[in-house]
Design a protein around this ligand. Structure first.
Ligand code: ZN
Length: 204
């Protein structure tokens, strides 16, 4: 059965998701849910998926950035975004324990805001603590696009969407992103869209 990705406006995307207990992690239903989330993420396709996006309010997210997703993207753009492949990763009860002071601004999208994109400022590096799918504690440092994905997915588990943090004047549909903006340096995007006038994003 196809799983629908919940779109913005559904309350599940605004709830703080419940942490999993150590007893729940090895259970068959939890392990099957992880496999289902990987399948839904790949089918979308997306580089991350949080359980609330399929209507389940649990602190569980999956991430995977495959080399094939970026094969047609200009190498300079990938270098600017510090985007490198990320192997499949399961995050249970994740917490961001450190954020770098340096930040980066790029267009970002979300499977739950289908067809739209906006510029979001995020920390360039984060340290995350979480449990893996065996329930083992893990600590991971991430930089660049991977750090952005982590922040985006962990936001979902706390009921936060990128629109809460976006530069509001940069919000646009994907046709226009592709047609006018996606290949421009961020400096030029910032100047032409006059992002200095954006209403500051929420502090959630
Ligand atoms: Zn999202």
């Amino acid at each position: 059965m196809a799983v629908e990705i919940v779109q913005v406006g559904d309350v599940v995307l605004r709830q703080a998701a419940r942490p999993l207990t150590l007893e729940e992690i090895p259970r068959k239903d939890t392990q099957q849910l992880i496999d289902k989330m990987r399948e839904v993420m790949r089918a979308a396709p997306g580089v991350g998926l949080a359980a609330p996006q399929i209507g389940i309010s649990l602190q569980l997210a999956v991430i995977e950035d495959r080399a094939e997703y970026v094969k047609d993207i200009d190498p300079q753009i990938l270098a600017d975004r510090e985007r490198k492949p990320v192997p499949f990763l399961v995050l249970i009860n994740p917490q961001i324990v450190e954020r770098s002071a340096d930040e980066a601004e790029f267009f970002e999208g979300c499977l739950s805001l289908s067809g739209f994109s906006a510029v979001v400022k995020r920390a360039r590096g984060v340290t995350v603590e979480f449990l893996d799918r065996e329930g083992n504690p893990q600590r991971m440092e991430a930089r660049g696009w991977f750090a952005r994905i982590l922040q985006h997915e962990i936001d979902h588990l706390n009921g936060c969407l990128y629109i809460d943090r976006m530069q509001s004047r940069s919000f646009m549909n994907l046709d226009h992103l592709t047609r006018y903006w996606k290949d421009l340096p961020m400096e030029r995007v910032r100047k032409e869209l006059r992002l200095d006038l954006s209403v500051p994003g929420g502090q959630a």
